[in-house]
Structures are given as C-alpha cells and as structure tokens.
Design a protein around this ligand. Structure first.
Ligand SMILES: [Zn+2]
Ligand SMILES: [Zn+2]
Length: 93
C-alpha cells in the first residue's frame, strides 16, 4: 500500500477535502493522485486541486502560473512522468 509519512506539510488532493496534511503524518501517496489523507473517503475521491510546486505555463491558455497557485496533474507513461499545470480552480482561457 502506498502509505508514506509526509516529509513536508501539504494538502490533501481529494476533490471534497483539500485539508492540511502535517509533516510527519501518515498519508497516502500515488503518483497520479498526489498526497491524500489515508481515510478511504479521501483516498478514493476524485482528484481535486493539487498545487504546483514550481511556476509553469498553463497547458491550456499559456499564462504563467506562479508556484502553488495552479493545479498540477501528473501522469506516468512507461515510467516517465509528465507534469501538466493549469490555472486553478479552472482555466479561464
Ligand atoms: Zn483529505
Ligand atoms: Zn490557463
């Protein structure tokens, strides 16, 4: 099971949650989902906002999204991770 101890504070990426995850707390981590609370309600929820750690251009409108203000999607294809950042909560472009 992909349970880890959070190395740093973050936020739960479940759509209905978005609550804080404290450093040192047990959390759930999957590449495609990000960090979530270990409760099944969060684990199995649809993807919500996952803040981007670095500034990047929005994949849809091309606007520059500052770190922590966008929504990050990670996909893993043949062991290669692709990161897509879009404006949060929804891209207006
Ligand atoms: Zn949660
Ligand atoms: Zn955008």
């Amino acid at each position: 099971m992909p349970m880890i101890v959070a190395a740093k504070a973050g936020r739960c990426t479940a759509a209905a949650c978005g609550g804080r995850i404290r450093k040192g707390e047990m959390c759930w981590y999957e590449t495609a989902k990000g960090t979530r609370h270990v409760e099944a309600a969060c684990r199995d929820a649809a993807a919500g906002i996952r803040p981007n750690r670095r500034a990047a251009p929005c994949a849809r409108c091309g606007r520059r999204v500052p770190a922590g203000e966008g929504n990050l999607k990670v996909r893993e294809v043949r062991r290669r991770k692709t990161y897509t950042v879009t404006c949060a909560p929804v891209c207006a472009g």
